[in-house]
Write a protein that binds this ligand. Structure first.
Ligand SMILES: Nc1ncnc2c1ncn2[C@@H]1O[C@H](COP(=O)(O)OP(=O)(O)OP(=O)(O)O)[C@@H](O)[C@H]1O
Ligand SMILES: [Mg+2]
Length: 285
């Protein structure tokens, strides 16, 4: 659970710190959303940032991967109640799990019903944003690991974050996925009169193939104003997931650590965070 010293005093609440909030999103399955979310969180921690990772995916891969299988199977209240019952919104504080590198709002087996239940909720798209108001001030960053679908849950992430981190495979099937995501983001912007910024695109599982080269060129054209990164296929990323950590805890010598650190540095620059401390935030406590 979040350490008690992080609780804000009531008088601080008029001037609360706003975390940089990012939706890690691509409705295509298996492209690396969870891998990117966890490893960018690890890299931000290396730069001394306090990070909250919200596992908004009913599959709970980030939750289980980071070692919170018990929270995934826990009895109510869970993320389902937080997002579908305004009276239980404040329970999000009690859901927060303490990982060595970040705090985690875990997914839960009941969260499979959230998408359907949200049809009956007033202002369904705003529920995650409202819930995060209660805890966001404790963090520099909130990263939201999205499910592989475009529905209420992803809309909640886009509305709450208004910033996007897009992982995509360097293969031709990504073109349609990215175009669909763009169209969806545009419709959310129009519906809610908001502006959603693409902060970074991560070509993931890149290999030395002609198809990958063609797709990297396509990404360069489609995201000409957005910082782009390439994460290569590395079995260490799967092993780190199984070990319950980011690459930084699992094996900081793996070359892809540098890519995740570059992403973290770019985000710090975009969000105007002051120069990083040298020690990871969690170790500094
Ligand atoms: N760069 C990589 N190198 C090797 N394996 C990877 C890499 N990125 C992701 N993987 C593996 O690919 C699988 C899918 O990745 P991940 O779970 O991050 O995708 P996802 O987009 O979150 O999936 P879902 O859509 O189901 O939520 C996982 O087994 C993960 O460990
Ligand atoms: Mg995932």
């Amino acid at each position: 659970m979040a350490p008690p010293e992080k609780q804000a005093e009531p008088e601080e609440l008029n001037d609360v710190k706003q975390p940089a909030t990012l939706a890690v999103s691509n409705q295509k399955g298996g492209v690396g959303k969870t891998t990117v979310a966890v490893n960018v969180a690890g890299a931000l921690n290396q730069r001394g940032r306090d990070v909250l990772l919200v596992d908004l995916d009913p599959q709970g891969n980030a939750t289980e991967g980071l070692g919170f299988a018990d929270a995934y199977d826990a009895e109510p209240p869970s993320l389902f109640d937080v997002l579908t019952d305004s009276e239980q919104r404040g329970e999000i504080k009690r859901l927060v799990q303490d990982h060595a590198e970040m705090d985690v709002v875990p997914s839960n087996v009941d969260h499979h019903h959230t998408e359907r239940e949200m049809t009956h909720v007033r202002r369904p798209t705003e529920q995650l944003s409202l819930a995060l108001e209660g805890i966001g001030q404790h963090y520099d960053y909130v990263l939201i690991d999205c499910p592989p679908s475009l529905g209420h849950l992803t809309d909640n992430a886009l509305y709450a974050a208004q910033n996007l981190l897009i992982p995509a495979l360097a293969e031709s099937t990504s073109k349609r996925a990215v175009e669909l995501l763009f169209d969806h983001v545009t419709s959310i912007e129009r519906d809610f009169d908001i502006s959603i910024q693409e902060r970074a695109v991560v070509a993931n599982r890149v290999e030395e193939t002609n198809e990958a080269t063609e797709m990297l060129d396509w990404f360069a054209r489609a995201f000409d104003d957005t910082p782009r990164f390439e994460v290569r296929k590395r079995v260490a990323l799967q092993r780190a997931h199984s070990a319950g950590t980011s690459l930084f805890e699992y094996d900081p010598e793996v070359d892809m650590c540098d890519v995740f650190l570059d992403i973290a540095a770019t985000l710090d620059e975009q969000f105007g965070l002051p120069p990083a401390e040298t020690a990871p935030a969690r170790e500094a406590r």
